[in-house]
Design a protein around this ligand. Structure first.
Ligand code: GTP
Ligand code: MG
Length: 137
């Protein structure tokens, strides 16, 4: 697949790191197809992260993800999903490789700066959660 979905999470937006993170994404060869700034309600965060419903951190995660503005984006590049997850690094910033976005910008395992879709199918579903066809160029 040649597209993935990402969102810059509230910790990185509050820290004024939107520009620095977007620059790394473009420098890594991703083209921005769609981009906006918005804020989720707790209910919408719950819908977005429904796959994690049974996990112990689900409620905290939904509260956190609705605590401030986020910047969702659809990105295009060959091998997008896999290459983007390499660019962002491990979920826990303590385990993220040097130079990855989470190594550089994440605050904790929960406030970890950025999301990256884990499959082509989820990239499509997650992109459609935020963007209509009139917003994808
Ligand atoms: P995403 O790209 O955001 O989906 O992260 P991921 O694929 O690296 O991790 P995963 O899908 O397993 O978890 C989704 C999100 O839940 C993570 O990015 C974290 O924000 C949060 N999370 C994951 N594990 C933990 C945990 O053990 N504790 C807490 N508080 N949050 C967690
Ligand atoms: Mg995930």
């Amino acid at each position: 697949g040649n597209r993935t979905f990402t969102m810059i999470k509230p910790d990185a937006v509050v820290a004024n790191n939107v520009g620095a993170i977007t620059k790394l994404i473009e420098e890594a060869g991703f083209r921005i197809v769609a981009l906006k700034k918005t804020q989720l309600t707790q209910e919408l965060a719950g819908q977005f992260y429904a796959v994690h419903k049974e996990r112990p951190f689900y409620k905290d995660l939904c509260a956190y993800m609705s605590s401030g503005p986020i910047v969702p984006m659809i990105l295009e590049k060959a091998n997008a999903v896999e290459d983007f997850r390499k660019l962002i690094g491990a979920t826990d910033p303590k385990k993220a490789e040097p130079g990855t976005i989470r190594n550089l910008f994440a605050k904790s395992i929960e406030a970890n700066a950025i999301h990256g879709s884990d499959s082509d199918g989820n990239a499509e579903i997650e992109g459609n959660f935020f963007f209509s066809n009139f917003e994808k160029f």
